[in-house]
Design a protein around this ligand. Structure first.
Ligand code: FMN
Length: 234
């Protein structure tokens, strides 16, 4: 059984490596029956907000420059503060991410945490990589998925003296495909679940510090009364 879901991959790539990962994430998502996928370069996002606002899942990625997400990708993040953040347009969507660097570690974890924090600011649901650490046994090698052992998202490694035609290597490309497929599948599970429960996709709490909880999802139990699961007011 499949369900229609829209996945958008938004990315920056300065020198042609990270785009290969973005394309692989898109391929993985597109391999999921029912999923449609759009690739959006970060600098084009402000002209294509409609596509992003309409997505079920947004996968974001960029090279790590100087230990954090590249400046053009950060510009995209900041640009979402005007409408998407204020109106909580992306609340309830799925988010996932990938980082790329020339080094094995290269502080890419910082970039993934940056993406995850950004997703939380938008009240999105973060989907992790869903793989174990790879390449940490004497009998494993570079060809294994998740060879550099990240969990928050996909992290690629591209030797800086090689072009995007060969770097990052095939194991990273397959890991990115895996993430794309996982995101599309989770998006379907969430969409079908919401339809089953009759719940809207976006129940975001908009406003600055004005957390009014319009649906009253915070529970205040009148003294002495119980709620259906048996909890009693303190
Ligand atoms: C200004 C600059 C800073 C960089 N800083 C890092 C870094 O902190 N960690 C890392 O692993 N690689 C770093 N790199 C290497 C790039 O992340 C790497 O070459 C990557 O594959 C570039 O992706 P792109 O071709 O999509 O731009 C840096 C590259 C540049 C140009």
């Amino acid at each position: 059984m499949s369900a229609p879901v829209k996945v958008v991959v938004v990315y920056h790539s300065g020198y042609g490596h990270t785009v290969k990962i973005a394309e692989a994430v898109a391929r993985g998502a597109a391999a999921t029956d029912g999923a449609t996928v759009e690739l959006v370069p970060a600098d084009e996002a402000p002209g294509r907000w409609d596509i992003l606002d309409d997505a079920d899942a947004i996968v974001m990625g960029a090279p790590t420059y100087m230990g954090s997400l590249s400046a053009p990708f950060k510009a995209f993040m900041d640009a979402t503060s005007n409408l998407q953040y204020v109106e909580k347009r992306w609340a309830g969507k799925i988010a996932a991410g990938f980082a790329n660097g020339a080094s094995r570690g290269g502080d890419k974890q910082n970039s993934l945490i940056q993406l995850m924090t950004f997703a939380a600011q938008h009240q999105m649901h973060w989907v992790n990589l869903g793989l174990n650490y790879g390449n940490n046994r004497s009998y494993t090698n570079e060809d294994i998925l998740n060879r550099d052992s990240y969990t928050l998202g996909m992290a690629g490694q591209a030797d800086m003296d090689q072009s995007g035609d060969v770097a990052p290597p095939y194991s990273d490309i397959r890991t990115a495909e895996f993430l794309g497929r996982r995101v599309a599948e989770v998006a379907q599970e969430l969409a079908v679940g919401r339809a089953w429960l009759g719940r809207p996709a976006n129940r975001g709490v908009a406003g600055g510090a004005d957390n009014q909880d319009p649906e009253r999802r915070g529970v205040v139990i009148p003294e002495g009364e119980t709620i259906p699961n048996g909890l009693v007011a303190a």
